[in-house]
Design a protein around this ligand. Structure first.
Ligand code: NI
Ligand code: MN
Length: 227
């Protein structure tokens, strides 16, 4: 499994030779100026909710790559209106098998509206299980007790968790999430530093995880790692 960071909450994950792209917000992100959006591969684009900082590049990448867009029903309807017809609508609680593995949509405690102000349905997180590894992509969410269900019935090898606070959970709640709820020691941080509201002390965040025997990885934008 290969993971590439494109800034904010956007990651490319390569599983079994398929390219998944989560929450594309790249060309509008000042910190991601070094990324060539037109060079990003995608067989699937997974969109957690409708906010601009998760969907801004989704239409253009979907048009270029003809990737299947996985999202909730309301966002699926919005994509159809943008001329993107290769969508796979899902909703919270639903699980579906794809050629790379399965996706289960889980609750995210947040809000969701689309860039034109239309209703974005419920925000979601994704649990991806594959023959390679299992991971949880939390999307934008508060710490919520429902996360206990995610860790109780499957092994989560690693998790993408928001750590920027203000709009989502911050570092301390992300530690509770991985320690007590999803039982996962390996966290990749997201949703921090992009805007002034969510600037964090990165070394302090890493240290806080280490004290609890957990690993927080903060990737450089453009960096690729293997899992
Ligand atoms: Ni959001
Ligand atoms: Mn956000």
């Amino acid at each position: 499994m290969k993971i590439t960071y494109y800034g904010h909450s956007c990651f490319g994950v390569e599983i079994n030779n398929k390219h998944l792209l989560f929450d594309p917000f790249i060309s509008y992100n000042e910190l991601a100026k070094g990324i060539n959006v037109n060079a990003i591969s995608a067989d699937y684009i997974l969109v957690s909710h409708g906010h601009e900082d998760h969907i801004a590049d989704a239409v253009s990448i979907a048009k270029r790559t003809n990737a299947i867009v996985i999202c909730n029903w309301e966002i699926h309807v919005w994509f159809q209106k943008q001329g993107i017809t290769n969508t796979h609508p899902m909703n919270t609680g639903g699980k579906k098998m794809f050629d790379f593995g399965s996706v289960k949509c889980v609750k995210a405690e947040h809000s969701s509206s689309l860039p034109d102000g239309s209703y974005g349905g419920n925000p979601m997180g994704f649990v991806v299980e594959s023959s390679d590894k299992n991971f949880y992509y939390a999307g934008d969410t508060a710490l919520t007790y429902d996360m206990k269900l995610i860790g109780q019935y499957r092994k989560i090898d690693f998790a993408f968790l928001p750590i920027g606070d203000n709009f989502t959970m911050g570092v301390d709640n992300a530690i509770i999430c991985c320690k007590d709820f999803i039982h996962c020691s390996d966290v990749i941080g997201m949703h921090y530093d992009t805007f002034g509201y969510i600037t964090i002390d990165k070394q302090e965040a890493i240290n806080k995880f280490n004290i609890q025997g957990k690993t927080l990885t903060l990737l450089e934008i453009g960096q690729t790692i293997s899992k």
